[in-house]
Each structure stands twice: as structure tokens, then as C-alpha cells.
Design a protein around this ligand. Structure first.
Ligand SMILES: [Mn+2]
Length: 358
């Protein structure tokens, strides 16, 4: 097992690469989507109209030269680029929405998977979701009044429609000012995923890339009129069975699975880490399940992190574990302090589980 660190696009700086290395990470996961247009990383959900911001990257694909330049920078800090997390909604909105540019956008995704493979990045994490990560609020209710994410399905209008021009909680067409997306059924979203996987998985295979699916966060049945996809642990299996391949894999999010109403996190993690289907792991802790839960510091909450890491170790999992989001700490660098705390805890727990130094 290896310790990794996730960095947002606006965080790809010398200081943050050094910071990652200083926390003990050997690998990094990079977000190339420019959420919030360069504002500093924080626990922000944006607003209901603009979500995580506007993305204007239609037709501007991730080119090999750009990927190689980032890789060179990562390597110069003694780190390994293990994964990219999330496609840009600009690149695949009609794949998600089954819109007129779907085929063209799938061709674009193929080009990018080939570039990712050529750059030697082994994993492409994605979240096949219409509404995206939405609906929580930031409240000072964590330990020591830490700002934490709270999801309460009764406190937000979970059926608030998604405006046209928006998907995955980002605006891809700012010129659309009227109308909303139609509701999307469970059957429709699974059909769209199947179509996407049948076209993309063979290309990923050929290029040595594993597509890794993040489950729904929050894992409700439906959000903003759109059915969710993997909102129960067993649905991970359904996703894998659509196109069996080592390139059809999981971005296993401990926190999201724990938040699910049904199922058992440890049994599920045991099953998929044993079968080799876990491409990488998001580690964070939570209290509660849908319809009400709260994100908490990694050393508290409902997940016994040591037990989870022990399952991965016992099953010979040799991929990376990265801290997911974490409550903010009250200081001049709330995000960095929260992440450093999570890394220290993960590192010590990994040492305790494996009996060796990290
Ligand atoms: Mn996650």
C-alpha cells in the first residue's frame, strides 16, 4: 500500500508538491478540472446557479505535452503521478446527458485516454453523475467547532431542478438562461454508463489505463431530479459486471460507501480489494448515513479506519490511499492543516497495520 495526496488544479504549485512530499506521500492524484476558477481549496459547494463554477474547455482536450509537463514537475519533487481525478464537464456533458454531441465527445475522451496512457498515468478516476456532489452545507459543528460538511436531506430541496447548461454541478454553457434538465430515471443513467464503458474500456485497456468509478456523494436515490448510480455498495458490482476488465475498476471512497443507507462497508471493501477491482482509495470518516450525515476528522466517526486498512493489507492491495476531504482546522491554512492531520493519522495507522515504516 502507498500513501498518496490529491491536488486540485489551482494547487499544482511548487509549495504544494513539497507539502505533499513533506506529509509522507509518495504518489499524487491530480484534478485537472478548474473548480471555482482558481480560488483556494476549501469546503465550498458553490451556489445553486453556478455550482463549482463555469468550465469553458469545449474542444480543448488534455494534450500529451501538457500532461508530460505536469508529470515532469511532479517527478522533480520525487513524486509519482498515479491518477487523474474527474473529467471536465466540458469534455463529456452530452455523454452524461445523452445529448447530440455524445459521439463526438466520446471520441474526445478516447483521445484523452490515449494521451493519459502515453504519459504513463495508470488511472483515470471519474464520477458518472448528473447532479454531481451537491446538497451539503458547511457548518462549524465538527470537533472543536471545525467547519465540516453536513448533509441533511430534509434541510435542502433535494429535488431542486438542474438548470439547462449545467451538469455535474458545473456550468458548461453560460449562455443558456432558461429551462431545466428533465428528470432522469435509474434505467436511463445505467444505460448511459453502459454505453460509455463499452466504448471507453477497450481504449483504456489498449493504453494501459484503468478507469476508476467514484460512487455517488451524497448517496441518495435521486438528486435534483436525476437518479443516482452507485448509491448502494452492491451497485459497484453491477458497474463492474457491465464490462468486465481490469480497466473497469473502482475509485473506492470509504466515506461515500459508509454514508450509504444499506450494506456493510467492511464486507464490501473485502470483496473488491480481494478481487483486485480497487484502483485507488479515498479515505475520510463520517458520522451517520443518508438522509443525514456529517463529515468528521479521520480519527473519529463511524469508520474504523484501522479495520478498513487492515482489510486492504490482508488482501494484498498495493495501490494508493489518499485523504479525501476533511474538516477545516482553525488556523492560517485550514485546508492544509486538515490534510496534514489526515496524512499523519493514515501514515501511523498504515505503519501499525503493516508493521513496517512508510
Ligand atoms: Mn471520495
Amino acid at each position: 500500500m502507498k500513501l498518496g495526496f490529491g491536488l486540485y488544479r489551482q494547487s499544482l504549485t511548487q509549495d504544494n508538491f513539497r507539502f505533499a512530499k513533506q506529509t509522507g506521500a509518495t504518489h499524487v492524484v491530480v484534478h485537472l478540472v478548474d473548480y471555482f476558477k482558481g480560488s483556494s481549496p476549501s469546503l465550498s459547494r458553490g451556489d445553486d446557479r453556478l455550482g463549482w463554477g463555469v468550465t469553458r474547455n469545449q474542444g480543448k482536450l488534455w494534450e500529451l505535452e501538457e500532461l508530460l509537463a505536469i508529470k515532469k514537475e511532479i517527478q522533480s519533487h520525487g513524486l509519482v503521478w498515479e491518477a487523474i481525478e474527474n473529467f471536465d464537464p466540458s469534455h463529456w456533458y452530452d455523454v452524461l446527458l445523452d445529448g447530440p454531441r455524445k459521439k463526438e465527445q466520446l471520441e474526445d475522451l478516447k483521445v484523452m485516454i490515449r494521451n493519459i496512457g502515453k504519459a504513463g498515468i495508470p488511472i483515470m478516476g471519474y464520477n458518472f453523475s448528473i447532479a454531481g456532489v451537491w446538497g451539503w452545507t458547511k457548518q462549524a459543528v465538527g470537533r472543536g467547532s471545525a467547519n465540516s460538511l453536513v448533509f441533511d436531506a430534509e434541510a435542502v430541496d433535494v429535488s431542486l431542478p438542474i438548470p439547462n447548461g449545467m451538469v455535474w454541478n458545473m456550468v458548461y454553457d453560460p449562455d443558456v438562461h432558461s429551462g431545466n434538465l428533465p428528470t432522469i430515471s435509474c434505467q436511463e443513467i445505467w444505460e448511459r454508463l453502459e454505453y460509455f464503458l463499452k466504448i471507453l474500456v477497450p481504449v483504456a485497456e489498449e493504453n494501459g489505463v484503468r478507469l476508476a468509478a467514484h460512487p455517488d456523494d451524497p448517496p441518495v436515490d435521486s438528486l435534483r431530479g436525476a437518479a443516482r448510480l452507485v448509491n448502494e455498495p452492491d451497485k459497484y458490482e453491477r458497474l463492474l459486471n457491465l464490462v468486465p476488465s481490469s480497466s473497469n475498476a473502482l475509485e473506492y471512497c470509504l466515506g461515500s460507501v459508509q454514508e450509504m443507507r444499506e450494506g456493510d462497508l467492511y464486507g464490501n471493501l473485502d470483496k473488491f480489494s480481494k478481487s483486485g477491482d480497487v484502483a485507488y482509495v479515498h479515505a475520510r470518516n463520517v458520522k451517520g448515513k443518508v438522509p443525514h450525515y456529517q463529515e468528521v476528522f479521520i480519527d473519529e466517526g463511524d469508520i474504523d479506519m484501522k479495520q478498513a486498512l487492515n482489510i486492504l493489507y490482508r488482501n494484498g492491495y498495493d495501490g494508493i490511499i489518499i485523504p479525501d476531504h476533511t474538516p477545516e482546522m482553525s488556523c492560517g491554512a485550514p485546508w492544509h492543516a486538515g490534510m496534514a492531520f489526515a496524512m499523519g493519522y493514515l501514515r501511523a495507522t498504515l505503519e501499525s497495520v503493516t508493521g513496517s515504516r512508510f
